[in-house]
Design a protein around this ligand. Structure first.
Ligand code: ZN
Ligand code: ZN
Ligand code: ZN
Length: 376
């Protein structure tokens, strides 16, 4: 693979279709429209990411009664107009010294109800409510959870490329020395490899050795990796704007029979989760399928988290593979399947691949060997 392979650019029509989809989904949810402030949704809808997110209001207003309108501070307008999806939006601006909420008011209905970005500043939400007291707002994630969940062919191509790059990083990290080095040193190696294979952003490089591997949210610390350690490696970031996220657990030297046994269980659970992926199956069934294997093996209490999360322009997003999530799987959804077993104070094992739903079942973006690798 090449490091510099360029993705197919998104077109103005791609962005326009996404924005129409938001309006359709908002209306179907009984809302007037959506207000999108800087963050992943804005990037996905317009390609625009302000260089710095400041107190100045930037907001994309989407509603059925007017064309998509991006309100920006006047001084940032040239940057916004250079965004990939800029031709799909109408621009409006406001200048320092004027009230940005007076500028946004004509774009909103006084009695409207809008989905608003989860990350919108409270200051802005209060400003909207102040200028239009009859308007109401709801969490974007709660009211439109499947907004970005179904990926098109171009997005799937980028996710596959990000997955292949993460796989290439795993192929290389197995060759480095683990014993006697700190977790943070191996994590730095991993970050360098992700960048080498085309990632523009590294979101996490978990290196959980020995007892640290039993804490699913441990990233990497000052612990010196010991011979005999199981080491959880969970890493990912963004390549061409789309995420990677994969986990393999390796062993420093030959594994004990217990490490091998736990690894075999997690591997079977991960496979069961992937095998359950089929169009129309509820997200929670993926969790149940993976969890059943671990529970039957007697480690149900040691599987501490949900089985998976969606991935796209962020590395964690809906849909979630979790008990209670009844959303059926749709072709084009992309998410992780990542069961684990965590033996407190001793070691942990997790295996994670990103998969997408196709009419023919699951397709994996991570294809490195699932067997327990021995490292030095
Ligand atoms: Zn992960
Ligand atoms: Zn993950
Ligand atoms: Zn996570």
């Amino acid at each position: 693979m090449t490091e510099f392979d360029a993705p197919v650019p998104f077109t103005s029509e791609d962005y326009a279709a996404r924005m129409r989809g938001v309006v359709d989904q908002a209306v179907a949810a009984g809302l007037t429209g959506a207000v999108v402030t800087p963050g992943p949704d804005l990037v996905w809808l317009t390609g625009y990411q302000p260089t710095a997110i400041t107190e100045r209001l930037t907001a994309l207003v989407l509603a059925a009664d007017h064309p998509p309108t991006l309100l920006v501070p006047r001084l940032e307008r040239p940057d916004a107009e250079a965004a990939e999806g800029a031709t799909a939006v109408t621009f409006a601006d406001w200048t320092d010294g004027t009230d940005p909420y007076d500028a946004v008011a004509p774009l909103l209905r006084g009695d409207g109800s809008y989905a608003i970005s989860d990350s919108a500043w409270a200051m802005h939400l209060l400003g909207f409510q102040g200028v239009l007291p009859g308007s109401s707002y709801r969490s974007m994630t709660h009211s439109l959870p499947m907004l970005r969940a179904v990926k098109d062919a171009n997005e799937i191509g980028r996710l596959a490329a990000a997955g292949a790059a993460a796989d290439a990083a795993y192929g290389e990290i197995k060759k480095v020395r683990f014993a006697g080095r700190k977790e943070t040193e191996v994590a730095a190696d991993l970050a360098g490899l992700l960048r080498e294979f085309g990632h523009s952003q590294v979101d996490f490089t978990v290196v959980g050795s020995g007892p640290n591997g039993a804490n699913p949210h441990h990233e990497a610390g000052g612990r010196t990796i010991q011979p005999g350690d199981a080491v959880v490696l969970d890493f990912g970031g963004l390549k061409h704007g789309y995420g990677s996220d994969t986990t393999r657990t390796v062993c420093v030297g030959e594994p004990t029979s217990e490490i091998q046994e736990i690894h075999d269980i997690v591997r079977a659970a991960q496979q069961a989760g992937v095998d359950a992926v089929r169009v129309g199956v509820a997200c929670q069934e993926i969790d149940r399928a993976a969890r059943a294997v671990i529970t039957e093996a007697g480690y149900g209490a040691e599987f501490l988290h949900r089985t998976g999360h969606g991935i796209g322009v962020t590395t964690h997003e809906p849909p979630y593979m979790v008990e209670g999530e009844e959303q059926p799987l749709v072709p084009g959804m992309c998410f992780s399947v990542e069961p684990g077993i965590y033996l407190a104070g001793r070691f942990g094992v997790r295996i994670e691949d990103i998969v997408t739903v196709t009419e023919d079942g699951p397709r994996s973006f991570n294809n490195t060997d699932h067997r327990l690798a021995v490292v030095e």
